[in-house]
Ligand binder design. Structure first.
Ligand SMILES: Cc1ncc(COP(=O)(O)O)c(C=O)c1O
Length: 402
């Protein structure tokens, strides 16, 4: 490009999505005929339930769905999401507090766009989902990361959050069950965060997209149910991607106090107008239907969770705490750094180099901890077939043991 053809500082300041990049590289290698085992993507390897697909197929044949929908979503879908929230999270919201977005990702983006002014700070418990800091920066905000390691179950420490609080603290993110750690934060931690946020007038952004995926008796604590006083400053993010195996349908939502919901809808009116009508019809079938599909997936994930944690801990130099939520294992790989690995004796000095070498040499894709603000770790999504999981772990072990 010529000198004058510069891009905006806003976009130059944003890092690409590392999770999508790993997934894209793995898929490109596969397309080129390389037998790659992909632990990178955060998408369930199950089909969308038939009754949801049938609803979409019927919607395709109905010309009323060839039109735009209202910007914040079909009224029936917003009602169904409000009803689902009462059913699953245990508290009442009204349909006009719901804005249907193009995936949970747009709900994250829109939330920061409508809340933040330049220089406003957002406290992000770390390890974090890779898009949070970038969405904060795109809105002119400043991400403030507060790390909690495997030694405390990746659960935030209230004293550390308080130490990070300043006059400019505008919001905090709560994400439990968590991506990338798979941690399910305790009811005590979630309640303490809510009370602290109420005391200090801090918005709470609660990303509940993995709400139904927990194991070993762990329970998702819904912050709006646990501490009702926080509801006037609570924005809930959610979507159909993980619960109903629908990542490609691009339906998410936010639930917020009315002025915030209206602002998010105003923004959407200039961005995307609305989510695809047919996808919204599919989402109505999903959220108003049973949870059988997610419970069946959960059973399969649970078996894989046990298998992957055992396999990772069986590799010399790798330590992986047992996650109780989502479908990720977050392994400490610092024991593999600075020593020769694989046939070539490759020496990696960071988890990012390790992930690249693992993909190139052993054809196993995992996402480096750097993408989540946690160098020294690798994230393995276990949303893949059992035989693939076993083969991937075998390769990793062989490569790491040489
Ligand atoms: C924590 C978290 N929030 C939100 C999303 C967004 O999901 P989607 O945009 O596919 O609905 C994801 C997807 O990986 C996620 O892991």
């Amino acid at each position: 490009m010529a000198d004058w053809q510069t891009l905006s500082d806003r976009i130059n300041n944003v890092a690409p999505s590392a999770t999508l990049a790993v997934d894209a590289k793995a898929k490109a290698m596969k397309a080129a005929g390389v037998d790659v085992i992909g632990f990178g993507a955060g998408e369930p390897n199950f089909p969308t339930p038939d009754y949801v697909v049938d609803a979409a197929a019927a919607a395709c044949r109905d010309p009323k769905n060839y039109k735009y929908t209202p910007t914040p979503g079909l009224p029936e879908l917003r009602e169904a999401i409000a009803a689902k929230t009462l059913r699953d999270s245990g508290y009442e919201v009204s349909a006009d507090q719901v804005v249907v977005t193009n995936g949970g990702k747009q709900a994250v983006y829109s939330t920061f766009q409508v809340l933040l002014n330049d220089g406003d700070e957002v406290i992000i418990p770390t390890p974090y989902w890779t898009s949070y800091p970038e969405a904060v920066k795109l809105a002119g905000g400043v991400p403030v990361t507060v790390f909690a390691g495997g030694d405390r179950g990746f659960e935030p420490d209230l004293d550390a959050l308080e130490a990070a609080r300043t006059e400019r603290t505008k919001a905090i993110i709560v994400n439990s069950p968590n991506n990338p750690t798979g941690a399910v934060w305790s009811a005590e931690t979630i309640s303490a965060i809510a009370k602290w946020a109420v005391e200090h007038h801090i918005w709470i952004i609660s990303d509940e997209i993995y709400e139904h995926l927990n194991y070993d008796g762990a329970k998702t604590t819904f912050i709006g149910a646990a501490v009702p006083e926080c509801r006037d400053q609570l924005i809930v993010l959610n979507g159909v991607a993980k619960t109903y195996a629908m990542p490609g349908w691009r339906v998410g939502w936010l639930i917020a106090p009315l002025p915030v919901a209206k602002a998010a809808s105003k923004l959407q009116g200039h961005m995307t107008s609305n989510v695809a009508n047919v996808s919204q019809r599919a989402a109505i079938a999903a959220v108003s239907g049973p949870l059988d599909a997610v419970y069946a997936m959960r059973e399969a994930f649970d078996a894989r969770r046990k298998a992957i944690v055992a396999a990772l801990n069986d590799i010399d130099g790798v330590t992986c705490p047992t996650p109780t939520g989502a479908f990720y294992a977050f392994a400490d790989v610092t024991g593999l750094l600075n020593r020769p690995l694989g046939d070539k004796g490759t020496v990696c000095t960071s988890s990012s180099e390790l992930a690249a070498a693992l993909l190139d040499e052993a054809h196993v894709a995992a996402v480096p901890g750097e993408a989540f603000g946690a160098p020294g770790y690798l994230r393995f999504s276990y949303a893949l077939a059992d035989d693939q999981l076993a083969e991937g772990m075998k390769r990793f072990k062989q490569w790491a043991s040489r």
